[in-house]
Write a protein that binds this ligand. Structure first.
Ligand SMILES: NC(=O)CC[C@H](N)C(=O)O
Length: 310
């Protein structure tokens, strides 16, 4: 698409000037200090063209977007047996909710709510010290993005450790059901560090390429996951990637997407593009307000939707 560069620029200009920007996450102190005026967008096309605008090179806390990479890693370790410990249904509840866990015997609804991601971290921890497990995920993310500059923001990890009482409760509650196999503080350590990975929009869009290329790192390149697994991860992103706003995201954008409370969103147009949008202000569901709007504009203008023909 010849004018994609222009479109990306126009969307960034609109978002830069927007007055209603949502609220930055306040429950993780370092995130509360991020300037809400920022906006970044990066589109990597199937042909490998990279179009970016705004603060697309600025690293931000990817938070729950890391759940996509952690799930991919865990599926590589234990395959479909993972689904004995985590469900695959949208929860219809906020990302940090605990209410379903009692009724559902400590089996979280899906791997993208916090409870499910904690079980995924517990799986990735098996046979490792926490430091090795998180190192493995960081190396995997760097490989996906072709970028060794990706790091973990230790201050964010420490802040989450100090304030993450809901996550601590979730891990302990699931431990009581036997669905956390390690000491909860070790599993939580892995989880908090993966949430603290910092990436720019460009790095994030690059890391998402395997999901647009049917599981290949690049067209004709090495395989990251099978085509079936890539399809399934995309399906989970579409149905569960925005928590209790997943339906609204599918309605407005129509692409698999995963949000984080740092204000980032990774979206995948299979066969067409991997996209990252970032703006720190969140809507009431904890998803980036302008990031969602930017993706809505992009999907509308390009016709990229899994619900469109062709
Ligand atoms: N939605 C999110 O990005 C939540 C991640 C955050 N680290 C938490 O556990 O609360």
């Amino acid at each position: 698409m010849a004018d994609l560069a222009r479109l990306v620029q126009d969307i960034a200009t609109e978002m830069r000037d927007a007055s209603d920007r949502g609220e930055v996450a306040s429950y993780i102190p370092p995130l509360a200090r991020v300037d809400p005026r920022q906006f970044g967008l990066c589109v990597v096309t199937a042909e490998g063209a990279v179009h970016s605008a705004g603060e697309s090179e600025e690293p931000f806390s990817i938070q729950s977007i890391s759940k996509v990479f952690a799930l991919t890693q865990a599926l590589g370790k234990v395959g479909d047996t993972l689904w004995r410990r985590v469900g695959r249904e949208p929860s219809g509840t906020p990302f940090n909710s605990i209410v379903q866990l009692e009724r559902e015997q400590g089996i979280p609804r899906n791997p993208f709510i916090n409870a499910g991601a904690l079980v995924v971290s517990d799986i990735n921890l098996a046979g490792h010290a926490p430091r090795e497990a998180i190192g493995e995920l960081l190396r995997f993310t760097r490989y996906l993005a072709d970028d060794d500059g990706i790091i973990i923001d230790e201050a964010v990890a420490r802040a989450e450790q100090a304030t993450g009482f809901r996550n601590i409760a979730l891990a302990n509650y699931m431990k009581a059901f036997g669905n956390i196999h390690h000491a909860p503080e070790l599993t939580l350590g892995v989880y908090f560090h993966q949430c603290a990975i910092a990436m720019s929009c460009r790095q994030l869009a690059m890391a998402g390429r395997f999901l647009m290329h049917g599981g290949l790192h690049l067209p004709g390149g090495p395989r990251v996951v099978s085509a079936q697994r890539a399809r399934r991860i995309n399906a989970l992103m579409l149905t569960c990637g925005h928590y209790d706003a997943s339906g609204d995201f599918a309605f407005r954008v129509g692409l698999p997407g995963k949000s984080g409370v740092g204000g980032g969103i990774l979206a995948i147009a299979p066969g067409k593009a991997a996209i990252a949008a970032w703006s720190p202000g969140l809507n009431a569901n904890g998803n980036s307000m302008l990031g969602t709007l930017a993706l809505e504009r992009l999907a509308e203008a390009t016709g990229w939707s899994v619900f469109n023909p062709g």
